[in-house]
Design a protein around this ligand. Structure first.
Ligand code: HPA
Length: 268
């Protein structure tokens, strides 16, 4: 049995034989959204073979299927990162299981460092495109030709439009930018941040990019938002730390949740 089959079997055993079309991967600070879901079932990742077993404080590791704004959604609370075990495909089984059970849209969220001096933390930024600077790819080793995934429109233009509308509806300032994936887990140096800026990045972070690649492999549409928890290293005195990331993730959480709820309302 493959990991995917084992995951589907474990989910079925707990009564989950289908998932709603919209799934959200909840990053730092967004855990409370999963607690707010109504009529929810919750399954720890630990009980689903192949799902990531989070090792980061503040990442819980559970699937919550429930209602937000009267719509059923799948909330993936916690994610696997490349830096945890050196596997860029840490989220492969979770994402394929979502697709197999009916998922069609994946909303990725994360905490990130900001490269603009006027993006005061906590700021919310819609990701319009990415730069894979980690030097790895979750599809390395995949033997079939579907591995040549086009990423020209990785972040779905129609979903981005819906997200802009949600920002207006929720009355939050939503900036837009390019996210650059660093593998971490150490933060960047000031020289790396100057380089990132020269290369066209607006945000730096340690997640999301491999998830978008996997999601596009399976034909899922993607939309993503970063919560800027800090000025990137060396910028405006930026000296990022895990503690600061967590502190500002919590500070931005209420606006972020309002934005996500408004987005959910834009979906059928
Ligand atoms: N760099 C990388 N990842 C991050 C940062 C950062 O400055 N802040 C939050 N996640």
């Amino acid at each position: 049995m493959t990991d995917l089959d084992a995951a589907l079997a474990a989910l079925a055993q707990r009564g989950v034989t289908s998932l709603p079309p919209l799934g959200l991967v909840l990053g730092s600070g967004l855990g409370p959204l999963a607690d707010e879901a109504e009529n929810a079932v919750s399954i720890p990742y630990a009980e689903i073979p192949g799902f990531p077993q989070p090792s980061v404080a503040g990442h819980k590791g559970r699937l919550v299927v429930g209602e937000l704004e009267g719509r059923r959604v799948a909330l993936f609370q916690g994610r696997g990162h490349y830096y945890e075990r050196g596997r860029a495909d840490a989220m492969a089984v979770l994402i394929e299981a979502f697709k197999r059970l009916g998922g069609s849209t994946l909303f990725l969220t994360n905490a990130a460092g900001g490269l603009h001096t006027d993006w005061t933390p906590p700021s919310l930024v819609a990701i319009t495109d990415h730069i894979n600077f980690a030097g790895v790819n979750p599809l390395i080793g995949r033997a079939s030709d579907d591995r040549f995934v086009p990423l020209t429109r990785a972040y779905d233009p129609a979903l981005l439009e819906a997200l802009r509308a949600a920002g207006a509806e929720a009355n939050v300032t939503l900036r837009e930018g390019v996210y650059m994936w660093f593998n971490g887990p150490s933060f960047e140096t000031p020289a790396e941040i100057r380089m990132a800026k020269l290369l066209g990045a607006d945000l730096v972070g340690m997640s999301t990019v491999p998830e978008v690649i996997l999601a596009r492999l399976h034909g899922l549409s993607c939309v993503a938002v970063s919560l800027v928890t800090n000025f990137a290293a060396g910028l405006s005195g930026g000296d990022p730390s895990h503690a600061e990331t967590q502190e500002y993730a919590a500070k931005g959480s209420a606006d972020f949740r309002r934005l996500l709820r408004a987005f959910v309302k834009t979906q059928a």
